[in-house]
Design a protein around this ligand. Structure first.
Ligand code: ZN
Length: 361
């Protein structure tokens, strides 16, 4: 509380100036009416509100704050005269990612042939902080290898580090595990490639990561996608089930390796029904509302218990149908599945071009 007073006193002395408060939700959370409240935090908030009221419109102090949880802020904070303007900062799009990468790349030495546009395309969904991290990691990798500048390969490897964690150098998969992971990843890639409108495969690897992933398939969209058709989402679900489908087709048994795929496929299927109006009988009724568009978008159901049960049934049907489609695709392309899995098993990392070359032979 004392700090708040000092900060604002300094700000008035130093005007014109900007006071920036990061993670404002730490002190600006909604006050509740319970008896046992966090006294200190509440006092700080009250102090902040008082200080903000003490500013005239033209005394040259601008107060700026950032939060990932705008809905958790005390309404008193966002009232006119206090924080009266809201600027939503979404994840950067393709052009935005490239621009952000350019800013950070200026701070390190990069090789002249580095293609930041391609890096931006590969890092789809990355936040500004993650992009900064990617450039940092690339510089570290170059230094470790005793090179004078960061190369394209450094940057591409850094994307994987930021997304999937470091390569686990000494984790040992048994021969059989390695074979299963190879088939699993080729299963994803093959199902994606055999459907229309799938993002092209960029890279497939079975080198384990510190994040726990035993392998992964990286797909890269050509540009920005703001709208997805029903067919595209269904194809995406089929691609998520492709890994497990390959295990079933080849080994007639299943492993725990598909837990993340299952989560992703279920999330998409549920969203199709409850949020995108893509089911046959619920039409355009919102069954779910997103309460926090930041931080992954928590959603809450807004329907009766019977409807919930019906939604669950439809989610299962949807995933089952796409899973069956993936199995069919893999059975129809069994020779290619074997050939590609063998190739990945031997090389451990293959590029999208190598994958397509074998597929189209
Ligand atoms: Zn998988």
């Amino acid at each position: 509380m004392k700090n708040t007073v000092i900060t604002f006193k300094q700000a008035k002395e130093k005007a014109p100036c900007i006071v920036f408060i990061d993670e404002i939700d730490a002190i600006g959370k909604k006050r509740d009416n319970q008896l046992s409240t966090n006294d200190e935090r509440e006092q700080t908030l009250n102090q902040l509100l008082t200080e903000m009221d003490g500013f005239e419109g033209n005394n040259g102090v601008i107060i700026l704050a950032a939060t990932n949880r705008p809905e958790s802020l005390d309404p008193a904070l966002t009232r006119p005269g206090r924080f009266d303007r809201r600027v939503p900062v979404e994840l950067p799009d393709l052009a935005g990612r490239e621009a952000i990468l350019r800013v950070h790349a200026k701070k390190i030495k990069v090789a002249p042939d580095v293609d930041l546009a391609k890096i931006a395309r590969m890092a789809s969904g990355a936040s500004g902080a993650e992009l900064a991290n990617i450039v940092n990691e690339a510089a570290l990798r170059a230094v470790r290898d005793g090179r004078a500048s960061a190369t394209q390969a450094d940057l591409e490897e850094s994307i994987e580090v930021v997304i999937a964690g470091y390569q686990k150098k000494n984790s040992i998969l048994t021969t059989r595990e390695k074979l299963i992971v190879s088939y699993h990843e080729i299963g994803h890639a093959l199902v994606a490639a055999k459907q229309t409108n799938s993002a092209p495969v960029q890279k497939i690897t079975i080198i384990p990561r510190t994040s726990g992933a035993l392998g992964y398939t990286m797909q890269v969209e050509d540009g920005n996608h703001y709208l997805m058709s029903r067919e595209e989402i269904e194809n995406k679900i089929a691609t998520f089930t492709g890994g497990r489908a390959a295990e079933e087709v080849v080994f007639h048994s299943v492993t725990t390796g598909a837990s993340n795929d299952i989560e992703q496929a279920t999330k998409l299927a549920r969203a199709m029904i409850t949020r995108y109006g893509m089911s046959d009988n619920f039409d355009m009724v919102a069954l779910e509302t997103v309460t926090n568009q930041y931080l992954g978008g928590d959603a809450s159901l807004a329907c009766s218990a019977e409807t919930q049960a019906e939604i669950d049934r439809q989610v299962v049907d949807l995933v089952k149908k796409q899973h069956a489609k993936a199995v069919r695709i893999l059975q129809e392309n069994r020779p290619k599945l074997d050939e590609l899995a063998k190739f990945l098993y031997e090389k451990e990392t293959i590029t999208g071009e190598e994958f397509m070359e074998i597929l189209n032979q």
